[in-house]
Design a protein around this ligand. Sequence first.
Ligand code: ADP
Ligand code: ZN
Ligand code: ZN
Length: 709
Amino acid sequence: MPDPIVVQVVVDKPLSQGFDYLWDAKQLGALPQVGQIIEVPFGRGQEIAVVIKVSAHSDYQIDKIKYVDKVSPLPPLNLALLRLINFASQYYVHTLGETILPTIPQMWKKADSWKKNVDKINEARKKNPKAIGSQKEGFITAEQLNAEQKKALEALNNPSNSGTKFRTILLQGQTGSGKTAVFLNWISGILEEKDAQVLLLVPEINLTPQLERRVRAYFPDKIMAVLHSGVTEKKRGIAWYEAMTGKAQIILGTRLAALTPMPNLKAIVVDEEHDTSYKQQEGTRYSARDLAIWRAHDGQFPIVLSSATPSLETWIAAKAGRYEYIRLDQRAQGAKLPRVHLINTRDPRNQYSPGDQGAPKTKSLISKTLAQAISKNYQEQKQSLILINRRGYAPVLSCSSCNWLSKCSQCSSYMVMHKPGALGKRSVLNCHHCGLVKSIPQFCPDCGNADLKTLGQGTQKLEDSIEEMWPQARVLRVDADSSRKSKGAEELFQEIHDGNVDIVVGTQMIAKGHDYQNIGLVAVLDADARLYSADFRAAERLFAQLVQVAGRAGRAGAEGEDGGDIYIETQYPEAPVFQYLLRHDVDGFMAYIARERDEAKLPPFTYQGLVHAEAKSLEKAIGFLNELKARLKQHGMVPIDVYVYDPVPKTVMRVAGSERAQLVIESTNRKLLQEILENIDRDLRQQSQGRISKVSRIRWLVERDPIAI
Ligand code: ADP
Ligand code: ZN
Ligand code: ZN
């Protein structure tokens, strides 16, 4: 009897062990390889699995082990990727299977069409061997860069410490300072090496089409793979295949793309590195930026983090010299910075008095001062962008007689009133946390009163008041509802680009990355709502968003052109976040929050982990976490340098009928924090099936480096 061939595989389940299968080389045609994607019998069905080990032995009885069903014609996931996944799995305290399988596109999880798909893609590529783009539109060559950009490119190309191949570089410069032009030229040099691959990470799907066009224009003769949740499953499957087989040289994508196999990866760029959407919020809750840095270190190549408002972590590392630090301080095309105006909404001079000329009939969030500025901007035939971070008509419906409020029956939040539109032909109440949709009650459900009023404003109501105040103006609303309903977000953005719109009302989604040509004014109406929040990162985020938003004004102006105006309505104009913004002082603000965090011993001066618990009642969820805490203490598992807080309800405590609580664990010692999180995971796993406690039916999850506490 020859030795059996045993493969150990992982599947997409929260089961920490691998599973052994026998490999029939005659049947499968070749010997197994680590990283191979295969199909195995599992339970009563089949599962797609990845081979993590090949040997001649098993701890199980050989004749009880099942055989591998099918093996994919794909090359095995390469060792560099497996190392990355292995690290991510450990660091973010999730199993290898749960971490690796979600990175494989659906197309490659259907064993029946494996072969057919490979053939089709190769066939299509043979017919069309090169990328699509052919003209160098919008291409700014290295010669065309301004002096500051040239210096930056030189610094990228010539490391200060030439001995090291791995480098982390922060490229900091305000919006429009020409960062993209610099890193694309840098990438261009790297891609001169035959078969070299470069990964370009972007935070959100909204941003990719624009950058995609630009990248295609820069590299017409390279094959590009675009990977994000907005492309169809089929396209994603093709892009992933071309990345993992080394056919694609440029891989552009959102966070998941950080986990794509790329056999010849030579450099990474993380655009808008501070953006929170780099943190995965389900499953293995990884930070794509942090994993990208790990990957660059492991592969010994450079990584550029680009931002106008770096995350505090990154900024501190650059200041301390742990990262190289490259700055762009001018706007590339010479346009001036926008003027920032803080409108104190408590000051009556800024508000309409009854009878004022032009005062809107209905109460509007738009102050008199802002309205005058919009009118002026409109007369000058420039576009205005009005931002409010709340979609729908009004955030709450209330009874004027008994104070009934439109609470969601499933969540600890209010149902938002929506006018006819994306959610149907009639007005409805909609919960933004669980998605519940209800018709609007005619009478108060508590007291029968017919006088129900809306409180506050969302984008739809704002759109109404703008149409009332500027009846001649062409108004466009851009939010998740409007882009879902009729046109895609891209088409709405195009309307703005084409100058078919005078006043745009929308959520933050309009403010990101888009290179509008004719915006003279940007206004932010609800900055205060995000100023005082339980989350200690709120000010940092608000600042980044405001800088981002300010960058939309007067962006593409030519040499010496006006920088545009940004108006912020606030009751607290003296708040530091606004004062630093007024002076365009990004570094001043960073230094300020760094001091604050240092004094309060908050991240990045300490490290955090979270245990999430979800149950039918809050008491149960809290009780579960309390028991966990007690067990940790009892077993001496909490070292002196680690602090375990008391469990607390989450900010939005109840969602879709589940009550949610969390336990924060903190330490200045990363290693100790890691150990305790792994211990917790082990402890909870013992009493659970998957991630649900067998006794109390509580769903739990361990998270490393949470970004929202
Ligand atoms: P950032 O990435 O910092 O926001 P971009 O690279 O997108 O900046 O540049 C902003 C705008 O200026 C873009 O329209 C870009 O094409 C243009 N631009 C960049 N560099 C130059 C340059 N050296 N000369 C002329 N225009 C430039
Ligand atoms: Zn009532
Ligand atoms: Zn709800």
